[in-house]
Design a protein around this ligand. Structure first.
Ligand SMILES: [Zn+2]
Length: 209
């Protein structure tokens, strides 16, 4: 298996291809590749991203079948099943890198902001459980001067929510904590821009990355 930094480079290169509209050079989805993968997989990165239809991980990183282990949930939140999914891939396939990927204009973060500003009390318990996991990152920002500028507030809230998910993966599981300590797993945060297509790896990178 490649190193976490190599995995990061590969994601960056794939995203560059996506942004330049030259997708498909590094990815394979054909019958030959399907045949190869029947016996097993070795995904080189785990992506925890938002369910938003505009942010499909395999496409924005220009990867084919068998390369990315992807977990998608509205607001890229971390609940026990997301931690379990990361543990599964990290332990079973030795995948060295986890990327929590938020994105601009995230509807789940917008909904959380609205809920905090004007509580409606009529959301389903299921949707509320997502809002509740995003809420702590957003709440602290609302208490600052940021609340005056909606656009800046949303941008900061999206990044704060990514950082919170990274922290929950790093410290919410003994299994993952041990892998990180042994240098076998790196967890970083990123934001995808709907406007440009660029993924900005903004959090948790080692200095040499
Ligand atoms: Zn979203």
């Amino acid at each position: 298996m490649i190193s976490a930094l190599k995995a990061l480079d590969r994601l960056r290169e794939g995203n560059r291809r996506f942004v330049s509209d030259v997708r498909g050079q590094g990815s394979s989805t054909g019958q030959t590749r399907r045949n190869e993968l029947v016996a097993g997989q070795q995904p080189f990165a785990i992506i925890l991203g938002c369910s938003d239809s505009r942010v499909p991980a395999e496409i924005v990183f220009d990867e084919g079948l068998g390369e990315l282990f992807v977990i998608r949930v509205a607001g890229n939140i971390v609940a026990p099943s997301q931690i379990g999914s990361v543990e599964f891939a990290a332990c079973l396939y030795d995948t060295p890198l986890v990327v929590v990927m938020g994105h601009s204009m995230c509807g789940a973060v917008v909904t959380t902001l609205e809920e905090l500003e004007r509580p409606t009390g009529n959301r389903s318990a299921n949707l509320q459980s997502i809002v509740n996991r995003i809420r702590p990152s957003v709440e602290v920002l609302l208490e600052t001067d940021l609340h005056a500028d909606r656009e800046v507030l949303l941008r900061q809230a999206i990044r704060a929510n990514v950082r919170a998910s990274v922290a929950q993966l790093r410290y919410g599981s003994k299994v993952l904590e041990d892998l990180i300590e042994q240098g076998r797993l790196l967890v970083v945060g990123a934001e995808y821009s709907l406007e440009t297509g660029v993924v900005d790896f903004f959090y948790g990178l080692p200095e040499k990355a």
